[in-house]
Design a protein. Structure first.
Ligand code: SF4
Length: 195
């Protein structure tokens, strides 16, 4: 890691009252806490990851991890300011063991849909096949490989996809595509904002 890394620790947004103890799926019995999201509350870009990791689940304190570092590296290369971003999750609880994925995704999706309705971001951006396939189950091929580089619509909001930051860490040859996709996101944001 660089001596003075240009990484930013984003402020966490607490789950709304009544959802912080959500019991709508079996992950309620596996998680420590519900993790709602982090970043600028009114950001023009809402990014969607699959689910919180171990440290989000445990700590409740803002921190940097491999996912955040790679995400911010790509954002920096693409000229996306961290203040323009709110990061949320498809599932708001960390799975510890095997679970019924279709049931958990169906149970948690209304939380994400409510966030989109309340925050009204200009553009949505999902990371990894879990997110793309959960949001577009009707598509024959909703993998990132098939969808990256194009724009779909979700709740009347443009949405694009790229690889999960951890996949990029594991396979550095994906980094150039990751940056390319984030560049496309920034261009989309600018166009939607009339810049
Ligand atoms: S994953 Fe979502 S639906 Fe399931 S308990 Fe957590 S917040 Fe509720």
């Amino acid at each position: 890691m660089e001596k003075n890394p240009p990484y930013v620790i984003l402020a966490e947004e607490r789950a709304p009252e009544g959802i912080e103890n959500c019991q709508l799926c079996e992950l309620a019995g596996q998680r420590t806490r519900v993790v709602w999201g982090e970043g600028s509350p009114d950001a023009p870009i809402m990014m969607i990851l699959d689910n919180p990791g171990a440290r989000e689940d445990r700590e409740g304190n803002a921190f940097l991890c491999g996912t955040r570092e790679t995400l911010q590296l790509g954002m920096r290369e693409a000229g996306i300011d961290t203040s323009d971003v709110f990061v949320s999750y498809l599932l708001k609880c960390r799975p510890l063991r095997a679970y019924n994925k279709p049931e958990a995704r169906a149970a948690c999706l209304p939380h994400l849909q409510m966030q989109i309705l309340q925050k009204r971001p200009l553009v949505l951006f999902g990371f990894g096949n879990v997110v793309s396939e959960a949001l577009f189950p009707e598509l024959e091929d909703a993998s990132v490989k098939a969808l990256r580089g194009s724009w779909l619509s979700y709740q009347d909001t443009p949405i694009g996809f790229t690889y999960h930051p951890l996949a990029v860490r594991r396979r550095p040859n994906l980094l150039k595509y990751f940056i390319e996709d984030l560049n496309g996101l920034n261009e989309k944001r600018k166009a939607l904002a009339g810049e």
